[in-house]
Design a protein. Structure first.
Length: 278
């Protein structure tokens, strides 16, 4: 159930607002919330003093949506010190500042499916947390920090674990832009060699992720929750959706599957829908 009064003005801080997901959330919030003061975090999250100064001057915040992170796998692996500085120390700087100045009534932390161990079944929020990537380890460390400090200081917290998000504007080492580049450049009448083609993922668009995060935040949902489509798909099938027709895919490499059990998300969305019925 949405926990805010539509006649009241909401003051919401978004970190990482310049990223793809952050842009979707910022735009959607402005459309969904009739009266909003959208506060864009523009300090250096990895710098403690910079973060403290920003939060000390931010005023009271009804919601904080913490998205800022180093995400691209190549960037994380190339500079692990920076990845830990932003994803872990930056999260600590933020929550410590929010606590010091008693700034927020609810915090949403954007985590990742990378905190889970790959499995051959749908992964629930209670599944084993055993990240296989450096990025996943940074997110799990951050989860632990933010959960402990929010619990100690009675700050309502939602940790949303986002599965395989994609967007047409993605660049770099993400799956979608790499597939699009290959599809544009290769002769698709020939077999399409695809490492990990039979690996199963749970793909959803950045726009869909933004919509779920906004609903969870405005409802002040508390707890861990998977943010995914609930529709498992192989990497080969996903590649075919980008061409509009089936590819003749040749699978190579290991199979490594991570897809979601979204029972909690479905239950939440159903309660939201019911609460809005006249």
């Amino acid at each position: 159930m949405i926990q805010y009064n539509h006649s009241q003005r909401l003051r919401i801080l978004v970190t990482g607002a310049s990223g793809i997901l952050g842009e979707h959330i910022s735009q959607a919030l402005s459309a969904v919330v009739p009266k909003i003061d959208l506060v864009i975090f523009n300090a250096d999250l990895a710098d403690s003093n910079s973060t403290v100064n920003f939060i000390s001057n931010a005023g009271h915040l009804d919601q904080v949506i913490h998205l800022a992170a180093k995400v691209a796998i190549d960037e994380v692996n190339d500079d692990p010190v920076l990845a830990y500085a932003v994803n872990v120390s930056g999260t600590l700087n933020l929550i410590r500042s929010l606590i010091k100045y008693n700034r927020t009534d609810h915090l949403f932390f954007c985590s990742s499916s990378h905190v889970y161990a790959p499995q051959s079944f749908a992964i629930s929020e209670d599944s084993e947390l055993k990240p296989s990537s450096l990025y996943g380890r940074t997110k799990l460390f951050a989860e632990t920090i933010i959960r402990d400090l929010c619990h100690k200081n009675n700050i309502p917290l939602c940790i949303g674990r986002v599965f395989s998000m994609h967007d047409e504007r993605q660049v770099g080492s993400f799956l979608r832009p790499n597939l699009v580049k290959r599809i544009d450049e290769e002769d698709l009448s020939m077999p399409f060699v695809l490492p990990g083609a039979q690996s199963v993922r749970d793909f959803l668009t950045a726009e869909q992720v933004a919509r779920y995060i906004i609903q969870l935040s405005l409802a002040r949902y508390c707890g861990d929750i998977n943010i995914a489509s609930g529709k498992p798909m192989t990497v080969a099938q996903f590649a075919s959706t980008l061409t509009g027709s089936a590819l003749e895919v040749i699978h190579t490499g290991p199979v490594n599957s991570i897809y979601a059990d979204i029972s909690k998300l479905k239950s939440f969305l159903e309660k939201e829908r019911t609460s809005e019925d006249p």
